[in-house]
Write a protein that binds this ligand. Structure first.
Ligand SMILES: NC(=O)c1ccc[n+]([C@@H]2O[C@H](COP(=O)([O-])OP(=O)(O)OC[C@H]3O[C@@H](n4cnc5c(N)ncnc54)[C@H](OP(=O)(O)O)[C@@H]3O)[C@@H](O)[C@H]2O)c1
Length: 293
């Protein structure tokens, strides 16, 4: 029977990929844009769950402006923490399973990477803190929910590091990119494919199933921002690639502190779902091919 999914978000990287890949799965997605349902009004979001009565809810929208969150703390908290909490309560009362998306920025990256799901959290910025509060609110309210933490999300759509580098590198001028922050770039397409491939299992699973709880999903391998920039330019621009000088985090001041190495361990993904994500280089290559059109 076709699975009924309620998706919050239509325009973001993950939301776009979920909608794009949905036809390959036996699912019917009702996707709500910000105009349909503003997550800054958590109770309105909860009412949508009751009204639509889906089998599975996927929260693919979030407050993702990491630096702006430092000054828009209340709004970030409403969207990233209060809304997932309210949606989770509605899921619990209406019998829907829930997928909430979180971030590697719940870790401080100061040591101990790669972090397993049960590693101690310590967000360095408001964005990471509100996402962590959202995780906790979800698990407190709904026992058929999974918080999927992901990292360095990239795709051919929306705003992301790949598209920014292609834009700023187009002129061929030398660039300076942070080299002391390392992470696991993750394809929004790979994450969307994972969620859709597991939708039926999640919708059918009972409370206590290992599919629920906290889960790390990231493409394999890790790299610095500079290393990622060099890889993007090498493939997209070949001999015309700009020079990319290495700078430190301290040399690139921004409002929100970032973890230096918050890379996540994805062993649980393999153990519970039997999935090992492909290397980030392969995912990047697909994105660059798509952008070339
Ligand atoms: N991007 C990353 O590097 C990264 C890393 C780790 C985790 N994550 C997490 O992964 C998930 C997906 O991220 P993404 O990269 O796909 O996000 P994204 O491309 O930045 O898109 C964010 C989406 O949220 C929507 N949104 C923002 N405020 C909203 C509101 N008040 N009401 C309703 N919708 C609202 C936006 O809609 P509009 O178009 O209307 O603005 C947009 O569709 C998020 O939970 C994010 O925290 C992302």
């Amino acid at each position: 029977m076709t699975l009924k999914i309620l998706q919050f978000g239509t325009t973001g990287q993950l939301a776009t990929e979920l909608l794009r890949q949905a036809p390959a799965h036996d699912v019917a997605i009702t996707a709500l844009s910000r105009a349909d349902c503003d997550l800054a009004d958590p109770e309105a979001a909860a009412r949508k769950v009751v009204e639509i009565a889906p089998d599975l809810v996927v929260i693919a929208a979030a407050y993702t402006a990491v630096d702006l969150a430092e000054t828009e703390q209340d709004l970030a908290r409403a969207i990233n923490a209060a809304a997932p909490g309210a949606i989770a309560r509605a899921c619990a009362s209406s019998g829907a399973a829930l997928v909430n998306i979180s971030t590697d920025y719940v870790f401080d990256g100061a040591g101990g990477a790669p972090y397993a799901e049960d590693a101690a959290t310590h967000p360095l910025n408001i964005y990471g803190l509100t996402k962590l509060e959202g995780e906790r609110a979800v698990l407190a309210a709904c026992d058929r929910a999974v918080n999927i933490r992901t990292s360095w999300v990239v795709s051919a759509h929306g705003k992301n590091f790949v598209k920014t580098m292609l834009r700023v590198g187009a002129a061929g001028n030398p660039l300076r990119v942070v080299d002391d922050q390392r992470g696991r770039p993750t394809s929004a397409a790979d994450l969307a494919g994972f969620i859709l491939s597991q939708a039926e299992r999640l919708a059918a699973a009972k409370a206590g199933d290992p599919a629920f709880g906290t889960l790390h999903f990231a493409n394999s391998g890790e790299v610095s921002w500079r290393g990622l920039a060099v890889a993007i330019f090498a493939e997209a621009m070949g001999d015309n690639a700009p020079e990319v000088a290495a700078i430190t985090t301290a040399e690139y001041p921004v409002p929100a502190a970032r973890p230096l190495r918050a890379t996540m361990d994805t062993t649980r993904l393999q153990q519970v779902f039997g999935i090992t994500p492909r290397p980030w280089q392969a995912a990047l290559s697909d994105i660059l091919t798509e952008l070339k059109g």
